[in-house]
Design a protein around this ligand. Structure first.
Ligand code: AHG
Ligand code: MN
Ligand code: MN
Length: 364
């Protein structure tokens, strides 16, 4: 095949850097290393059963469990290793943090330290690996605090506890029918499709915009009995369709890979909710702030969408721990704003728990 006229990821990054004549090139090198990690993971995922890396991670005789108390898949662990090895050596980072590691990962002694921090979910949607449904990797780039790159200074959890609006860049790779990389460096959102022959990410989606309106929502409806009243009201009104107050029919989707839902929403609009619920009092939400909600939120905002806890902009939340969970709503601006309004308004009687349960559309 003749080389297409599309810019590569490298060309895109160089073009973006021209806005900052002083830039050292470290940032671009970092993004290219992250992209290479994603290509390696894409390859491992694509081999499926033939690669011999599917299934549960074993810890001796038992299934391995990560810091979140969730079963680890072999590909979770492998993807984490790929991210660490590919990004530790280049001198751009002062440290990393991942869903799969309880503590932050300091840069090994033999490598220089740099001015950025990398936070990631190496494989999102693990429960879908064995069923050949799209999974992805999510990453967020932060500036390391002053002094954190000095040799001898130990890496601290607090170095990473920065609100989402301080992200320098964020992105995800989706391992679907095609592998794509979606990236924001704070100047809109660009989408790249992997050319498997060249091994290059080609710019195919130069300025992604999330439509303001939608007729599609995504929520795990099996949790409906644990939802708060504003969420019940929102979903109930969607389900009521043309006969209800929204006066239009909605579609529901749930892939259980947030990356895949985010991607669908970026491509054609929609709203995603993993709200706070009462299923487990110790958990204020399902998804993690630093390596799921913040990077996806930054991308969605840069594409003209909105991201919220229901009560405030996610990107303004000051994190208090590395693996903190957060209620998450994102997508088409007008829907997210409506959900925020429902959280701010007093709760109508009918949506208070017991009554709602009687008349809920989820019940016969
Ligand atoms: P991970 O595989 O990184 O632990 O994340 C899975 C997340 C997210 O991708 C998805 O939206 C959600 O968990 C699925 O939750 P349910 O199991 O409630 O469907
Ligand atoms: Mn995840
Ligand atoms: Mn994960």
């Amino acid at each position: 095949m003749i080389l297409s006229q599309r810019p590569t990821l490298t060309q895109y990054l160089i073009d973006q850097r021209r806005r900052f004549p002083q830039a050292s090139g470290d940032f671009n090198a970092l993004i290219l290393d992250v992209a290479l990690a994603c290509k390696a993971i894409a390859q491992a995922v694509a081999w499926g059963e033939l690669g011999g890396v599917l299934g549960r991670q074993r810890d001796g005789a038992a299934d391995a469990i990560n810091v979140q108390g969730e079963a680890q898949m072999r590909l979770d662990v492998l993807s984490n290793e790929v991210f660490l090895r590919q990004n530790e050596w280049g001198g751009q980072l002062a440290g990393m943090a991942s869903e799969e590691m309880e503590q932050p990962y300091p840069i090994p002694q033999q490598y220089p330290r740099g001015k950025y921090l990398l936070v990631f979910d190496p494989l999102d949607g693990s429960s879908n690996i064995d069923v050949n449904v799209s999974v992805g990797s999510i990453f967020s780039v932060l500036r390391a605090p002053e002094g954190a790159q000095q040799p001898g200074r130990e890496l601290r959890e607090t170095d990473f506890l920065q609100s989402g609006d301080r992200q320098v860049a964020a992105g995800y790779a989706i391992y679907g029918p095609a592998t794509m990389l979606i990236l924001t460096v704070g100047n809109g959102v660009a989408g790249f499709t992997l050319d498997p022959g060249l091994g290059e990410f080609m710019l195919t989606h130069p300025d992604i915009q999330v439509p303001c309106d939608t007729r599609e929502f995504a929520i795990n409806a099996s949790n409906s009995r644990f939802w708060e009243a504003p969420v019940k009201r929102y979903v109930d009104e969607c389900l009521a369709g043309r006969e209800g107050p929204r006066d239009k029919d909605f579609n529901m989707r749930w892939i259980a890979s947030m990356v895949a839902e985010a991607h669908r929403i970026l491509m054609r609009g929609g709203v995603f909710l993993y709200p706070r619920d009462s299923k487990d009092a110790a958990r204020p939400g399902r998804l993690r702030l630093l390596y799921e909600a913040n990077p996806i939120g930054f991308i969605i905002e840069q594409a003209g969408g909105r991201v919220s806890t229901g009560r405030q902009n996610v990107l303004e939340v000051q994190p208090d721990s590395l693996h903190q969970r957060i209620p998450l709503v994102f997508g088409s601006r007008n829907e997210v704003e409506r959900i925020e309004r429902y959280h701010a308004e007093p709760v109508a009687r009918e949506f208070e728990a017991p009554l709602f349960a009687e008349r809920s559309l989820f019940r016969a």
